[in-house]
Design a protein. Structure first.
Length: 276
């Protein structure tokens, strides 16, 4: 295939490996994605700066932008490059979007009856540390139509290879912003509903939920920090079943996110049904 480089150099492999570290990703403004599913999702919304893939993958996915560095590699070479135990045909290097771009605002339109559900609900993460949890949360947000995720500065890096892999391509459809979470919440209109999952909260199935606002999920071990808790005006609790049965002390943050988002979406669908 004439448009492909015949072999990948050791220097280029070293460069890809260097992007496993956050400081190098930040310096280069690049991140790594692997596998046909995730790379395909990212290529659907933009282009890669580098692709290293098997001949089979290139034959199925041509043409590729002429500005992309392209390396046809063998299965053995792919194993040397990959961060995965079982490499999957293709590795791509992509540009990191501006992580410090302006966080999403909640406008006055969000308070009207005609406000779109998916454009007015925002997910905020307060110190989520595990890359796998973060990736799963991004995937959950995408599934439930939440396109904006605001992260505290101490939340895990969304472009860590483990996080990217856990998103299963959803990172291509979500806007992820890192900012001073306290300052962001302070900037919102006073009437903005700010929800947080708390052990001392009100049963989520008994509390009224709006179509707009911010849902805050906290750190795996400590929960939502005291600094952020003061902005919460709707405390949610996810009850075990049955309520009087001894059970686990708490839920994994990704699972709690899924349950919370599902309930918000369910309420929205019920309201839409009643209006018909």
């Amino acid at each position: 295939m004439k448009y492909l480089c015949s072999m990948i150099s050791k220097a280029k492999i070293k460069y890809i490996h260097s992007l496993e570290l956050k400081k190098n990703r930040k310096a280069e403004g690049k991140f790594v994605a692997e596998g046909p599913k995730i790379v395909g999702e990212l290529l659907a919304v933009g282009q890669a700066s580098l692709l290293a893939a098997t001949r089979e993958w290139f034959e199925k996915n041509s043409p590729i932008s002429s500005s992309t560095e392209k390396y046809e590699v063998t299965e053995e070479e792919l194993r040397k490059i990959s961060f995965l135990q079982h490499p999957q045909m293709v590795i791509g290097v992509f540009d990191i979007p501006n992580k410090h771009s302006t966080p999403p605002s909640i406008t006055q339109e969000a308070y009207t009856a005609s406000a779109a559900w998916d454009s007015s609900l925002i997910l905020a993460l307060d110190g989520v540390q595990d890359p796998g949890n973060l990736g799963t949360i991004i995937r959950i947000a995408d599934w439930f139509g939440i396109t904006d995720i605001v992260c505290s500065e101490d939340t895990a890096d969304a472009y860590n290879p483990k996080t990217v892999q856990a998103t299963m391509g959803s990172i291509a459809r979500t806007k992820i912003v890192y900012t001073d979470l306290s300052a962001y919440l302070e900037s919102l209109p006073n009437e903005t509903p700010v929800y947080g999952t708390m052990l001392d909260g009100t049963d989520i199935y008994e509390q009224s939920l709006t179509h707009h606002g911010v849902i805050i999920m906290g750190n795996e071990g400590k929960g939502i920090s005291k600094e952020i808790t003061r902005y919460i005006n709707h405390r949610l609790f996810i009850p075990g079943y049955p309520k009087d049965r001894p059970s686990a002390e708490s839920l994994n943050v990704a699972i709690a996110t899924a349950i919370t988002c599902a309930e918000f979406r369910r309420r929205s669908l019920l309201e839409d049904t009643r209006k018909e």
